[in-house]
Design a protein around this ligand. Structure first.
Ligand code: NCD
Length: 326
């Protein structure tokens, strides 16, 4: 198996103390609480820098390959914007149908290729484990931007940053996850991330056929977090600090009729939110379809558009980390 070529172009000494230099980001399980706090600190600095000066040259001369085998708006464009705001450049491959993938090229060969041209590869792929496979062959750090129904670690990191920026803490929270918990990879990563904090209580609400997977629940249980499944929101909404809503993942259904049956099982409206606290937030990784009504968007508790902005700062932090500059 090829080993990762350590980037020879970084100024000597520059990366020696950077613990994430050259590392892959494949799963949220890689991060300790101290790591999470560090990322949040760096992301906060990135926020201040963007607000003050917009673009700066921390990663000047570095190249990101942005390889997306599944649709994306936010993840793809925020990684591109992150790299460009840090002064780097991007090879965007959003339409794999126009790349050699359409000629039948394997994932290992595609990432081997991109590893020759880029310093870091961001990958979204429909198969669980694709990012880990790519990391074996790329020769450069690979960042998992979603591997099928597996994980979406950078989303969980930006979700954590959102909670910290909005509520000022990541401990002592009741987090209610609502929607497609089976196929929604963001909640798999976020539930795992929250096990690093104390006083967290998790509530899961989903259509019967879309529960939180057993392996995720087992991991959460092992860390001793209380977690409960409900079929309706009304009982837990009044105690909820973070309501994390997800889209029913249409693309994961073989039977369209089944999707149609469950797609609008839960809809957040101003009326529904009357029983929620004043000091709480509603999050959503987006895109939203029908699960949050647009009438709720003006409510100060609606944090989902701020959440996507926070994604830029977190992805800037991650790129700077794996390229040895943070
Ligand atoms: C999510 C994803 O791709 O898993 N989107 C995102 O990255 N912001 C959620 C979704 O597609 O529903």
């Amino acid at each position: 198996m090829p080993t990762k070529a350590k980037n020879p172009h970084l100024p000597l000494g520059d990366h020696k103390t950077a613990p994430w230099y050259g590392k892959d980001i494949l799963s949220i399980k890689q991060f300790s609480r101290a790591d999470l706090e560090y990322i949040i600190r760096v992301a906060h600095e990135m926020r201040i820098m963007v607000e003050r000066i917009g673009t700066f040259d921390l990663l000047k001369g570095k190249i990101l390959a942005n390889l997306f085998y599944e649709p994306s708006t936010r993840t793809s464009s925020s990684f591109m914007a992150a790299m460009e705001r840090l002064g780097g450049a991007v090879i965007p491959i959003n339409e794999v149908k126009y790349s050699s993938v359409a000629k039948g090229e394997s994932l290992p060969d595609t990432v081997r290729t991109l590893g020759c041209y880029a310093d870091v590869i961001v990958l979204r792929h429909p198969d669980v484990g694709a990012a880990a496979l790519a990391a074996k062959y790329a020769g450069k750090p690979v960042i998992n931007a979603g591997d099928g129904v597996g994980e979406h670690p950078t989303q969980a990191l930006l979700d954590a940053f959102t909670i910290r920026e909005e509520l000022g803490r990541l401990d002592n929270l009741t987090v209610t996850m609502l929607g497609d918990l089976k196929y929604g990879r963001t909640v798999h990563s976020l539930a795992r991330l929250l096990t690093q904090f104390i006083g967290i209580k998790l509530n899961y609400i989903s259509p019967d056929i879309l529960p939180m997977p057993k392996d995720v629940m087992d991991e959460v249980a092992q860390k001793g977090l209380p977690q409960n499944e409900y079929s309706t929101l009304d009982k837990v909404l009044p105690e909820t600090d973070v309501l994390y809503v997800t889209r029913v993942q249409k693309e994961r259904f073989d039977d369209h009729a089944v999707y149609e049956k469950v797609k609008s099982a839960f809809v957040i409206t101003p009326e529904v939110m009357k029983s929620a606290k004043k000091e709480m937030i509603v999050m959503h990784p987006l895109p939203r379809v029908t699960e949050i009504s647009m009438e709720f968007d003006e409510d100060p508790r609606a944090a989902y558009f701020r959440q996507m902005e926070y994604g830029l700062y977190v992805r800037m932090a991650l790129l700077a980390m794996v390229l040895g500059k943070a």
